[in-house]
Structures are given as C-alpha cells and as structure tokens.
Ligand binder design. Structure first.
Ligand code: PMP
Length: 306
C-alpha cells in the first residue's frame, strides 16, 4: 500500500493529499535539486509531540542554503505547518516529511530560475527496520559503495540528489540478504548507513565517526551522544577503521526512522555475542523512555502539538 494521508501542507496551505501535484518537468525530478527532512511526532500520554523539530528545521534551512534552494519559510513557520498538518490528519503519531524543491520552469542544470515549492507531509510510519529489530538487532554488511568524497557534494546536508548514494548502499545490502549497509568514506574509514549514523562500543567506551567522515550530522546521533554522556560513558567522535567493526563489543544505528537499532552482525560475523548489549540497552532505555513519555523530557526534546 502506498503511503498516504488525508491532507498535506503545500506552499502555505493544507490541501487534500491527491491534489498535491507537480509537473514532470520539475527541475528536482531531473537533477535532484531538493532538500528534505525526516521528523517524528510521538504519541505522549498528553497528546502528540514533535521530536526536536526546531533542530530538524534548522538543518533544513542549512541544506537549503548550501543547495541554493532558498526556503521561503522560517523555522517557526515550519513548526506551525507541522502542527497544522498533523492536526488536519487527526494523527496521534506521525513521520513528517518536509521537502523544498525546484519546480517547473526550464531544463538548464543551473535551476535557479525554477520556482521553489514546499511541502510538509505527515504520514503513519512505524519502526524503519522493524519493531523486532529494536530488540534483536539487524544484520548488516560493509557496502562496496563508498560515501561521497569531500568536496563532491554536501554530505552534511540532506539534499535529494545525494540519496542516489544511499540507494546504492541499501539496495545492494538487501539484495545480499542484509537489512542495511555500512558505507566507508573515500579513505576507507567507517562513515554511516544509508540513512543512519553508527556507534560502536569497545571495552565500555563509545566510538562514532566525526562529521569529517562524510556523515550527516544526525539529530538522533546528537541525542544518543547526550544520553551516553549523561549515563557516564566515555564517548569519542573519532576516525574509525573498518577493522573496528569486527572488534567491537556492541554496535547500534541511530536515525529518525531507525531510532536506536542494535547491529548484531557485520559481514556475517557476530558483533560481540550477537545480541543487543548492555550499553546499547542503556541508551535505548533513556531514548525510548523519553519519547514514550515515561521518563522526564529533561533535554526539552518534545514540543507538544496543542
Ligand atoms: N545519515 C543519513 C544519510 C540520513 O539520511 C539520516 C536520516 N536523516 C541519518 C544519518 C540520521 O539522521 P537523523 O538522526 O537526523 O534522522
């Protein structure tokens, strides 16, 4: 079944889903001139709440800037649009997909004459890698595809065209029977999954690649770092050689869609004893405790939709 909802926010107004149309000559369709976000709205006992919406929209505006796809709307306006579309759809929880793209004008690769179009969609979406995976972990491979080399595209931005690289990584992994791939950067150091950041645990300390290894600066990554620090784990944002994937005691992915998902094997070799480990569990417990409303939102990550 295709993903859908009753309503969508497009160019400033809430309209019926089926009316959100674009011309086939839209620049973004030909050249990937779009920027986007993925945000979750969680169901709290008190009602729906947006998880770190402002940070996501700040990243959207950064992506707009470097892609030269200027956003006509501010962070505040996007937050209002998000609340409005969730309310229009009567949703208790949702996955939010904002997208800013170049529409229809002409076919030059320099699309700056093409108009800017914007949507904020809210659709139902559960755990990306499956509910079971949050407990049992996923089997992954090291991808034969590398992440983008520095100064080729803007790895730190969420630009549509860049997701051709992510498609290569995830399709290859699935064709080989894995849930996901881990891509190395151009120098052979660990980078990230097709849509997730990666953390390793070795002898009680946590390691994750720094922004310079062609990763997206994930907001869930940042949440996991804050949680891990407050739990007292030493955490290192440092260059990670591929071999450390096989040495690690535990590994987990972070991402808006994947949330915090343990990795139980890499290249058919178990990570640690092939099960979710204690550090991963401890970080998960805090994260899920907050988004399920069972723990105090001490970081101020959740903004209620009135
Ligand atoms: N890396 C890539 C390539 C992604 O697409 C995503 C998903 N946005 C992430 C990492 C995780 O980022 P976040 O935690 O902000 O969703």
């Amino acid at each position: 079944m295709a993903m859908r909802a009753d309503y969508i926010w497009m160019n400033g107004a809430i309209i019926p889903w089926d009316q959100a149309q674009v011309h086939v000559f839209a620049h973004a369709l030909h050249y990937g001139s779009s920027v986007f976000e993925g945000i979750r709205v969680y169901e709290l006992p008190s009602g729906p709440a947006i998880f770190r919406g402002r940070e996501h929209y700040e990243r959207l505006l950064f992506s707009c800037k470097v892609a030269h796809v200027p956003s006509p709307y501010s962070v505040d306006q996007y937050m209002e649009a998000t609340a409005a579309v969730v309310k229009a759809n009567g949703q208790k929880s949702a996955y939010i997909r904002p997208l800013v793209f170049r529409g229809y004008h002409s076919l030059g690769v320099d699309g700056r004459q093409s108009p800017i179009e914007v949507i904020v969609a809210s659709i139902p979406w559960g755990a990306l890698l499956g509910k079971e995976a949050l407990e049992l972990g996923v089997d992954v491979q090291v991808s034969s595809w590398r992440r983008m080399a520095p100064s080729t595209t803007n790895a730190l931005a969420k630009i549509g065209g860049q997701y051709v690289n992510s498609q290569n990584i995830v399709m290859e992994a699935k064709d080989n029977g894995f849930a996901e791939g881990i891509a190395l950067d151009v120098n052979g150091y660990v980078s990230e999954g097709s849509g997730e950041n990666l953390f390793l645990i070795y002898k009680g300390e946590i390691y994750t690649p720094p922004l310079g290894n062609s990763i997206l600066g994930g907001i869930t990554r940042n949440s996991a770092i804050q949680i891990a620090r407050d739990l007292g784990y030493p955490i290192h944002e440092t260059v990670i050689p591929r071999e450390m994937l096989y040495l690690a005691d535990e590994a987990f992915f972070t991402g808006t869609a994947a949330e915090i998902t343990p990795v139980r094997s890499v290249d058919r070799m178990p990570v640690g004893d092939g099960k979710r480990g204690p550090v991963t569990s401890a970080v998960q417990q805090q994260f899920f405790g907050i988004i399920e409303g069972e723990l105090d939102d001490k970081y101020g990550w959740l903004q209620a939709i009135e």
